[in-house]
Design a protein. Sequence first.
Length: 578
Amino acid sequence: MTRWFLGFLLLANAVFAEEAVFSVAQAGWERRPQPGGEAGVVALEVRLQEGWHVNPPNPSDPYLIPTRVELQLPQGWEAGEPQFPQPKKVKLEVFEQAVELFEGSFWVRIPVKAPAGAGEVTLTGFLEAQACNNVSCLPPKKVAFSVPWGAMVSPPTANTVPSAPAGGAVAQGSVSERFAGASLLLQLFLVFLGGLALNLTPCVYPIIPVTVGFFLNQTGSSKRTALLASFYVLGMAVTYSTLGVVAALTGKLFGAALQSPWVTGGIVVVVLALAASMFGLWEIRIPAWVSGVAGARQGVVGSLVMGLVVGLVAAPCIGPFVLGLLAYVGQKQSVMLGFLLFFTLALGLGLPYLFLALSTRSLEKLPHSGAWMEGVRQLFGVLLVALAFYFARPLLPGDLGDKLLALSLVLGGFYLAVIARPGYEIAAVDRFMRAVTLALVLAGAWLWPHSGTTPAQELSWEKANAQVLQEAIAQGGPVIVDFYADWCLPCKELDEKTFSRPEVKAKLASFRRLKVDLTQISQETEELRKAYGVAGVPTVLFFYQGREAQDLRLTGFEGPEEFLRRVRKLVPAGSPAS
């Protein structure tokens, strides 16, 4: 009874959709903060029209949409968890048991701490809630409010508020709360482990041939190699942490610089230049003016720059862990904390490449290093050419990029086998190179017929805007919303390998399928992105019975089997929408 009622409430009484049934009647300081000292308290009064109610922040029924309050704070300011009064327990006809709710008017208090040296500011924020009466529910609505420095209010002293922020304003959920409550050292350790784990994601695999290719062109002792490798990882860390902090503090998409064809094209040129050096067309050398500055440290600047470039390549690797960290840093709005967390994350990501660089240098100590090293250089030259076509896919029309990638692997295999084959004197090396050559040809042949999808295979989608999305959600049926961009390689992979599968298409046939294009962000798409907290692409949202199933939100690529399991959790077999 409860599920049926909530699924169709949004269809009833549409006449109330534009009516302001709740508002922020007052917002001000109950107690101003002391800069660098005692916390202050922001208080706001919420008023509802007679006969309407909103849910508490932690509803007793999982299908009820919680009420939440959020402050947008200047840099260095901190806010604790909003403090709501005790909700009323009311027996409604549509529920078997009494439910907790707010009606009439109530006050919300938020502890706020100001940094040392803070001046007089006007804070802004919003209240988000879903108003219901006994026969219908309105779509969730956000109401903005401001708190001028001189605005003082005197709410009733019903509920107490702690004198300091309780862990900062963090996203709800046990994992986020535990992370926010941990010490800084523990947070850094957990983030470092998360960076190591990112190396298990396929999107960072292309960095391996870039790393090996670069260090094969370096000369010097093991100590010098270790120094160069350290600066290589440092470059990755600087790029990754800078992008992460900028994304968290400005609300921009992480890796969104790659929406520019010039940036993507620049990466392709760098990778092709590395490939040319593998084929002996040129050698990586530090310019003379750099040599004069660096002196004995020649190569350090080159390693740092290469690390910066590789860090840019790694930036679009978005996963739930990184998105959660972005949200946490954005809410804390601390530049130092954001830099430390993302710098540590990048160190975890880059540590394996430090060992990879050191092991690469040890290859020169193998017997018959002339033929061995020449073969390795040619192999990585072929791989780098294929990698360049891989990154060029968003710049090329249709499936041309996929076909060029497949063709580069096939031709590269023939090149290694027929044209560039050196006389290997080590049997194991000879067998290895034969196997790799065969694997390249087979991989290219396999990729060719799978490049792109035919029109018959494509899943049809609607172009989403705010009105279309709101109407689809209000209908109560299952809705899938795909935030994507043409420059996003995992987005293309999701289309080609998951959405095109017959079983996935069959499961999504009953869904309202919407796409939000973030290739070139407009004001409309930016508002949608912010409204739903999308920090990177691809991000896939699921709605059913008028609300988002946030635990099913997908970020990054997912195979068809895992994706189907996710969808079945939203719409179980046997339900009307399945």
